[in-house]
Design a protein around this ligand. Structure first.
Ligand code: NAP
Length: 284
């Protein structure tokens, strides 16, 4: 392997990274730092998985959601790892749009645990502030709106809420369709028939509980009934730190390096979860 030495420096001159003999690197860093290191390392031939949002809406960069966009094509130097809300939303909606079953304008309500905000201390995320509470945040300004809209090819209205759990994320997308919900469900079941880390529930309920997915790479999806207005809810649940970040990066890297797709990943769920989930693997 060609030796690689990259030094990226802060404005005050402090060294923040030195890499040697690196084939691939996953960058879990703030956007601007990730972009700087990505440019430096990719320029040295290192394969980059960027977990930040810095490159997710750049046309020339492969968007790494394997079930929907496949492995990185030959010649790829940077893979942009999708955001957490986009992962759950796109897995739930892209097959429906590709099949022409829903209109290209959707409303999405997403709920995420506190780890979605990173590790920095924040008063509103203190246990005594958030316990027994939840509230919307970044309404109309969440950077995941543009990311979802671009990769979905649809108009998106996104409202995000922070809820008093540490990890786990759930989205409900409200879609307009002339078709019966059963047709949407069949479409998702067919789209993910060969996808071991995507589970399509026969109906929404406790199986969507985030504890089922925390500590796993699994995405759990479901389609709800149509009520009077003709709007159908479509659901998705993931672990924001795994399928929404780290395990998705590993999944992409496995495909990119032509390794077995499951290497280093948790076992696929292998069954349809039902009932109120017990303590997750991550905390068992
Ligand atoms: N949290 C999620 O659910 C999630 C999901 C998907 C994607 N992401 C994205 O992934 C990235 C990391 O998220 P996170 O939640 O892990 O954030 P985080 O908890 O705030 O961690 C950021 C990390 O970046 C390091 N860092 C910050 N400034 C740096 C600098 N100038 N040079 C070198 N290292 C620096 C920090 O190092 P120190 O330990 O030294 O402070 C820390 O380890 C972000 O871009 C985020 O948007 C997060």
């Amino acid at each position: 392997m060609r030796p690689v030495i990259v030094e990226a420096r802060e404005p005050d001159g402090a060294t923040i990274a030195i890499c040697r003999d690196v084939a691939a690197a996953a960058l879990a860093l703030p956007d601007e730092v990730a972009l700087r290191l990505s440019d430096a390392l990719a320029g040295e031939g290192v394969k980059i998985i960027d977990l930040s949002s810095a490159q997710r809406t750049r046309d020339e960069i492969h968007y790494g959601l394997p079930e929907l966009f496949g492995p990185p094509p030959a010649g790829t130097s940077v893979v942009s790892n999708p955001g957490c809300y986009p992962t759950a939303t796109l897995l739930a909606l892209v097959p429906l749009l590709r099949a022409g079953l829903i209109e290209p304008a959707v409303s999405v309500v997403g709920c995420s645990g506190t780890s979605g905000a990173g590790k920095a201390l924040r008063e509103d995320l203190h246990f005594s502030e958030l316990f027994g509470n939840f509230f919307p945040y970044k309404v109309g300004q969440h950077k995941h709106s543009a990311e979802i809209a671009l990769h979905l090819g649809a108009e998106v209205s996104l409202v995000t809420q922070v809820v008093p759990v540490v990890r786990g994320l759930a989205v409900t997308a409200f879609v307009r369709t002339e078709h019966e919900p059963a047709a949407l469900l069949a479409c998702l079941q067919q789209a993910y028939a060969e996808a071991p880390w995507v589970t399509v529930l026969p109906e929404p309920g406790e199986g969507l509980g985030v504890r089922h997915v925390v500590g796993t790479h699994q995405a759990v999806l479901a389609v709800g009934p149509r009520k009077d207005g003709g709007v159908v809810p479509v659901f998705g649940a993931i672990d924001n730190l795994m399928r929404g970040a780290a395990s998705q990066a590993l999944h992409n890297l496995n495909l990119w390096l032509d390794l077995p797709a499951h290497l280093g990943l948790p076992e696929p769920m292998g069954h349809v979860p039902d009932g109120t989930p017990g303590m997750s693997r991550a905390f068992a």
